[in-house]
Design a protein around this ligand. Structure first.
Ligand code: ZN
Length: 61
């Protein structure tokens, strides 16, 4: 009788804990995950560049 179950759920209902951030490449306008473990990066720390363009143009961080 004295059981007071407070369902205190923390967190949002997005179960995925992956650190994914979708950006659009400023060269080819392809959508990609900039946090993927590849050559994708922010060119000049500002312009999202996909791994393909990074490899193709030879731009690395
Ligand atoms: Zn690209």
């Amino acid at each position: 009788m004295s059981c007071d179950n407070s369902s205190d759920k923390e967190g949002k209902d997005s179960g995925s804990s992956s650190d994914e951030k979708i950006e659009e490449c400023f060269i080819c306008h392809k959508k990609f995950n900039i946090n993927a473990d590849d050559s994708s990066h922010y060119h000049y720390g500002k312009y999202p560049m996909c791994s393909y363009c990074s490899d193709f143009y030879g731009f690395y961080r």
